[in-house]
Design a protein around this ligand. Sequence first.
Ligand code: TYD
Length: 207
Amino acid sequence: MGKFIVFEGIDGAGKSTQVKLLGKWLSERGYEVVLTKEPTDTAFGKLIRRLVLTGGREGIIDGARISPEAEALLFAADRAEHVHKLIKPSLEAGKVVISDRYFYSSLAYQWARGLDLEWLIDLNRFALKPDLVILLDLPVEEGMKRINRRSLKTEFDKIIELQKKVRENYLKLAKRFPEIKTVNGLADVEAIHRDVVALVERELGIK
Ligand code: TYD
């Protein structure tokens, strides 16, 4: 069996940069690495982007056309496909899977949307447990600054109050789920990478 590593954090936390750096670090040590993300690039993920994230006419935030429950179900459907078609087969082939967001995003964000945490956990019961979840934690204002430099902004990205709740939720989740390890996301890219590598070495015995 391979290893399953997940990166989590608010928008602008620096997850995708750290995913790439860890992927490179592992490849250089001879591990077969699969880099992936949620929402995925499959038809489900694309549907979610169109309905939920891009803030177009079908967006949830101004139009309120999609209920929070429907949104949670779409993210869960995307995840089910992700687990069955990519994550499980890759782990069975002995690879290291690194995902930019997973189940914990649904807990942090959809809980912040007002849904019941226990319902969300039940809904995602199928989601294979990662070996290690790295939470990049930083103040929302810093995350926002980084996002504003990017061109594409999602509706979720723009809402600072939601992001604050999401950050608090992640920190609460870190107390409940022992696989979550928190890293200071305010440090510079190299320092964060060193912290990540230390966790991977310590928690997974990967050298
Ligand atoms: P993000 O990682 O920002 O994707 P990208 O950078 O490729 O646009 O994810 C998009 C948004 O989706 C982000 O604001 C978090 C949200 N999200 C949920 O609300 N629930 C979930 O289960 C997942 C996976 C993401």
